[in-house]
Write a protein that binds this ligand. Structure first.
Ligand SMILES: NC(=O)c1ccc[n+]([C@@H]2O[C@H](COP(=O)([O-])OP(=O)(O)OC[C@H]3O[C@@H](n4cnc5c(N)ncnc54)[C@H](O)[C@@H]3O)[C@@H](O)[C@H]2O)c1
Length: 285
């Protein structure tokens, strides 16, 4: 069996095209330009690339972006001051602090300083709580939100399915599990201390892997015909990008599978744009 690919690039392009039209309409009819404000601390290369891509995606969609860059030794007080300034600015609809922050920061303190209604990453405790309650008024963290859009676009039946999520981080695994639960899957959430990962993965109708271990899920760990979503982004020793799933063996067993690159990655930034537009639209209500 050879799995069908879930193409995150083309789904992303479709969503971004529709979004750009809505942004243009919002500007023309209401005079509102959605605006995303981003804080980047330090010189971490991956963070710089992510922020550059986010800013470029905003520009292409007609969303205004503001970037505040700080040196590694900036104080928490300075960053909190900037967040307070942006919280009070009605022309800013989304605020994002690029993670990870340097060690001197308490990440929770910084994230909880962002107004929940501008927290387009969905990391504020209030938004996390609403997600946990199965509510709809929150911002959903972008990566799991993108995964749900992919499942939806492929018509995957989630109701009653065995869904197994490997990786239980606050930004991917936990919200992923909550979103699948809200769609009535039976959810298993595995992490580094879980025993016998393969026992769980082999039961999965829907398998989402967000671990950060190159090619750890091999074809023999997958239920034939399963939907396999690979969130992982790793580099092989020869510098190539790969996921947490061993694509070559997995694609022979799975029914649907996301590639790396070109799968979940593009969807993450797309859903950030969706959340920013949503925030701007909410100011009208
Ligand atoms: N595609 C995207 O847009 C996107 C977005 C966010 C993260 N990622 C990628 O997803 C991966 C995970 O990111 P994260 O931020 O959730 O990572 P994290 O390090 O915060 O969390 C990793 C999780 O995996 C679990 N884990 C680690 N080793 C394990 C093992 N051997 N068996 C089972 N569980 C194990 C840990 O317990 C933890 O819950 C990384 O590769 C990251 O680069 C991709």
């Amino acid at each position: 069996m050879t799995a069908r690919l879930i193409d995150g690039i083309s789904l992303s392009a479709k969503i971004r095209d529709e979004l750009a039209e809505t942004v243009a309409h919002l500007k023309a009819t209401c005079g509102i330009t959605p605006c995303l404000a981003v804080i980047l601390v330090g010189e971490d290369h991956a963070s710089q690339v992510y922020v550059r891509n986010k800013v470029a995606a905003c520009e292409k969609a007609g969303i205004r972006s503001i970037l505040a860059r700080y040196a590694l030794n900036v104080t928490s007080a300075e960053v909190l001051g900037k967040i307070a300034e942006w919280n009070a600015d009605p022309e800013i609809h989304g605020i994002l602090v690029q993670l990870p922050l340097p060690k001197q920061f308490d990440t929770d303190t910084i994230l909880s300083a962002i107004l929940p209604e501008k927290d387009v990453d969905g990391f504020h405790a209030e938004n996390v709580g609403v997600l946990m309650q199965g509510g709809h008024s929150c911002f959903i963290p972008c990566t799991p939100y993108g995964v749900m859009k992919m499942l939806e676009s492929e018509g995957v039946n989630i109701d009653g399915a065995e869904a197994v999520v490997i990786g239980s981080s606050n930004i991917v695994g936990k919200p992923m599990a909550m979103l699948l639960l809200a769609k009535h899957a039976t959810v298993t959430l595995c992490h580094i201390r879980s025993r016998d990962i393969a026992f769980h993965t082999r039961r999965a109708d829907i398998l989402v892997v967000a671990v950060g271990c190159a090619k750890m899920i091999t074809g023999d760990m997958i239920k034939p015909g399963a939907v396999v979503i690979d969130v992982g982004i790793n580099r092989t020793p020869d510098g190539k990008l790969c996921g947490d799933v061993d694509f070559e063996s997995a694609k022979e067993i799975a029914g649907l599978i996301t590639p790396v690159p070109g799968g979940v990655g593009p969807m993450t930034i797309t859903m950030l744009l969706v959340n920013t537009l949503e925030s701007a639209e909410r100011t009208l209500k």
